[in-house]
Design a binder for this molecule. Structure first.
Ligand SMILES: [Zn+2]
Ligand SMILES: [Zn+2]
Length: 265
């Protein structure tokens, strides 16, 4: 009973951090409104980015609150919203840096510190709420679903991080080899499928990575850490989007063993 009460109180305390974020959000938006250097369209876009950041954090909290009442299916949504918020914040900060002013420097510092407190408080709850895995079953390196469909699960949590299948991507007119990774999806030529499926059958992750480097991009398989020779999901690769003046630049990952690399450009 007491434990439950404490959990509830702790989760409500996160609202205080969110209140702090709301105040900073208002501060940033007032600052943006007061500056004449930008055209209205850009200004409104930047203001909505700051709002997006804030409301994604609020949604993360609402999902966490539901998860804490036993609806564990919301735990994953809470994490997704929190990661979305972090991406939006990175975008907003890259936009704010357009102004080389002391005031901006302070606002950025303030919002970074405040969000980090929030992030840590969320992760504290995620750790508590994540059901401990009772069955210690080794996670497969590669899951064969059928002759034309394969999954690559995260080596930490087992969540499917990469999917390959023969089929139709969103804009495909022809059947393709559809790749869905942790940062993006892409349709590759269908005639490459046999070569790839042979590599997948031999559970050669490095081989899959090299295949992607050859036929897709130099970053290769986005969920793959070459130094560990392992697959990580978005969360366990600690993937972070980076922005330049509000435009998407790249995504960097840092695996649980501290190996960093660019996973999407
Ligand atoms: Zn994972
Ligand atoms: Zn690694």
């Amino acid at each position: 009973m007491n434990g439950f009460q404490n959990d509830k109180e702790r989760i409500w305390k996160i609202r205080d951090y969110i209140q702090e974020l709301e105040d900073i959000k208002e501060g940033i938006n007032n600052f943006l409104k007061s500056r004449k250097k930008l055209d209205e369209v850009t200004k409104n876009l930047w203001i909505s980015d700051v709002k997006d950041f804030y409301y994604n954090t609020v949604s993360a909290w609402e999902m966490l609150n539901s998860a804490s009442k036993g609806k564990l299916k919301y735990l994953e949504n809470s994490k997704n919203f929190l990661h979305l918020a972090r991406g939006r914040l990175a975008k907003s900060i890259s936009e704010l840096k357009f102004y080389k002013e002391e005031l901006v420097f302070n606002l950025v510092k303030e919002v970074e510190i405040s969000f980090e407190k929030c992030w840590n408080a969320f992760y504290f709850e995620f750790e508590i709420l994540t059901p401990s895995k009772k069955i210690i079953k080794p996670i497969a390196r590669i899951i064969k679903v059928s002759d034309s469909e394969y999954y690559l699960p995260c080596s930490v949590c087992g969540k499917n991080s990469i999917e390959y299948k023969l089929g139709y991507g969103r804009f495909d007119e022809l059947e393709s080899l559809v790749y869905s990774g942790i940062t993006h999806s892409r349709s590759l030529r269908k005639d490459l499928a046999n070569e790839l499926f042979e590599i997948l059958k031999s559970e050669d992750l490095l081989g899959v990575h090299q295949f992607m480097q050859k036929f897709h991009s130099v970053e290769g398989l986005d969920a793959y850490c070459p130094k560990c020779d392992k697959i990580y999901c978005w969360e366990h690769y600690n993937a972070r989007e980076e922005y330049d003046d509000g435009f998407y630049d790249c995504t960097c990952g840092e695996c649980p063993n501290g190996h960093r690399r660019m996973i999407d450009d």
